[in-house]
Write a protein that binds this ligand. Sequence first.
Ligand code: NAD
Ligand code: DAU
Length: 348
Amino acid sequence: MKKILITGGAGFIGSNFIHYIFEKEKDIFIINLDKLTYAGNLENLKGIEQNYSGKYKFIHGDIYNKELVEYIFAEYNSDAVINFAAESHVDRSILDSNIFIETNVLGSATLLNVAKKFWKEEDWEKKRFLQISTDEVYGTLPENDKSIKFTEETPLKPHSPYSASKASADCIVQSFYDTYEFPTLITRCSNNYGPYQFPEKLIPLIINNALNDKKLPVYGDGKNIRDWLYVEDHCNAIWAVLQKGKIGEVYNIGGNNEIQNIEIVKRILDYLGEPHSLITYVKDRLGHDRRYAIDATKIKNELGWKPKFTFEEKIKDTIDWYLKNPKWINNVISGEYQRYYEKMYKNI
Ligand code: NAD
Ligand code: DAU
């Protein structure tokens, strides 16, 4: 049985990945190490313990806790690590970057060092350390030349404290391959959407606000572009990279689906039948990257991966998911999120 240590498995993409992988693979054991920050939510994993008992272990803890991580490696001797754990929100990194350095840089380095210590070198051929990174490490693209996209060769030029912390982690991970030939892989994906996404992020924030007739904060002129990918397509790509990716390599993952923010907001309003008058332009995000777009040729040619889902289809399913899960949203937006929202959006 293959054993995988997943970190950050109670967050948006990690929990989607755990659902995805248990549905897909019969012969698998998952250890999920999660600190349960404001973004970690065991509700996202409802049913997993019951449906996959004997194949799943949840451990509440921090990837930056060396003793705990050592215990997990000693106890479970996993075949692979998929490091989803991170502070993931750009706006929060602009408010305070300390925890981003701790978790994203030092936490990732801790996992990597412990994996190198515990995995015997003669077994490295079969082991894999997969770092879940982001297209934001590449910085920003010109908005008028659509022929230019991020490739794996694009130099790293992160702008926000979040993306700088992710780029730092990428450099450390890559250095372990370059120096020791430690079996690393890095994926860099564009913006994800789908169920269980925390409502600080654009799409669930707009859905939630629109449903509550609250103003919809659109940064700057609303024309920043993101390349949206349905979360299950991301999960599928991660699995392909883990199974077939060449060690020491980086794989970009994207939906070839560039959309301006304002277009997304209008589509959500139209689907919900809510008025465009809710749209409220607000002060731009500091250092706001203008455009992201992924060239996913490498993963397509080498691993045969391409997105299965269209944005038109899955944005509707995503909105429907939030409509059907008011309890999930209400639990998530009470408490910490309320305080964050009031601080972040106090001027609208
Ligand atoms: P998220 O914020 O929804 O979830 C992060 C999870 O990590 C939470 O469960 C949280 O409790 C956990 N966590 C945070 N700090 C931890 C620590 N120190 N130790 C253990 N667990 C900790 O994030 P997400 O959107 O699911 O993103 C997951 C990963 O994918 C991140 O590494 C992010 O950089 C990357 N990524 C996200 C996107 C996106 O669009 N959301 C796109 C590309 C890459
Ligand atoms: O590109 C991948 C990245 O996508 C991931 O690495 C990050 O973890 C993830 O959070 C996401 O980052 P973004 O900053 O692109 O996502 P966010 O949903 O915060 O914002 C999307 C766009 O919408 C961005 O241009 C900012 C804008 N925006 C966002 C919010 C929250 C608004 O206009 N208003 C808002 O209130």
